[in-house]
Design a protein around this ligand. Structure first.
Ligand code: CDP
Length: 218
């Protein structure tokens, strides 16, 4: 079974995806990591993330293990990593180069304990439209920019990272605009996606709702 969860930054996709992966024994692929990896690869080498030629080169040489290595960089999950990721993610050739790696994951998903399992939860922006259009369950999880910015702001503070709410809100809106206005695979729900607005819902409520949807499909 393949479940795709797309939506804007800090909508709660990652938490939901991990809970689903645990409950239904599926592997989890956070596809934002491939774009963060290219972004951090550039930034950590002193290259601007809007350098198209360098970003394309990095994407063409990206592997799953290199991505995991780059994920150890302290900036990988910070706003530096997020902004750099959304810049390289707007480049069509970068997306093209990173597509196969994401699709291959569904061919041989590995569980946390190393065993082979028969399904994947993907989370990202275009996993239901481009990476895995054949997925059995497609979700589009969203929330208002203010709610998402507040969630991200609290997450940064919890991790001990410096954060100012107004700046996080401005960055969230900037990233939403870049992600949804780009030419290649823009952020938008698949025609057959179920849209879930989590602005007024806690994670347990969202999880219970999605489990009912998955159980029906099963
Ligand atoms: O966790 P958050 O939603 O902030 O970020 P992420 O999921 O790690 O994604 C970082 C950036 O990568 C996004 O702003 C998108 O520009 C890009 N991305 C994408 O274009 N396509 C995907 N399938 C996943 C992420």
């Amino acid at each position: 079974m393949i479940i795709t969860i797309d939506g804007p930054a800090a909508a709660g996709k990652g938490t939901l995806a991990q809970k689903l992966a645990d409950k239904y024994n599926l592997a989890y692929f956070d596809t934002g990591m491939v774009y963060r990896a290219v972004g951090i690869d550039l930034v950590s080498n002193g290259i601007a993330p809007d350098n198209v030629a360098e970003a394309e080169k990095s994407a063409q040489n990206m592997t799953f293990s290199k991505m995991l290595e780059l994920a150890q960089n302290p900036d990988f999950r910070s706003s530096v990593g997020g902004q750099a990721a959304s810049k390289v993610a707007a480049m069509p050739k970068v997306r093209e180069a990173l597509l196969k790696m994401q699709q291959d994951f569904a061919k041989k998903p590995i569980a946390k304990d190393g065993s082979l399992i028969a399904g994947v939860v993907y989370d990202g922006r275009d996993t239901g439209t481009t990476v895995c259009p054949q997925a059995e369950v497609k979700l589009f999880v969203t929330a208002s920019p203010e709610v998402r910015a507040m969630r991200r702001h609290k997450e940064y503070l919890q991790k001990g990272l410096p954060s100012v709410y107004e700046e996080v809100l401005a960055q969230t809106k900037e990233r939403d605009l870049r992600d949804s206005s780009r030419a290649a695979s823009p952020l938008k729900p698949a025609d057959d996606a179920i849209i879930i607005d989590t602005s007024d819902m806690g994670i347990d409520e969202v999880f219970a709702k999605v489990c009912r949807i998955v159980d029906e499909r099963l």
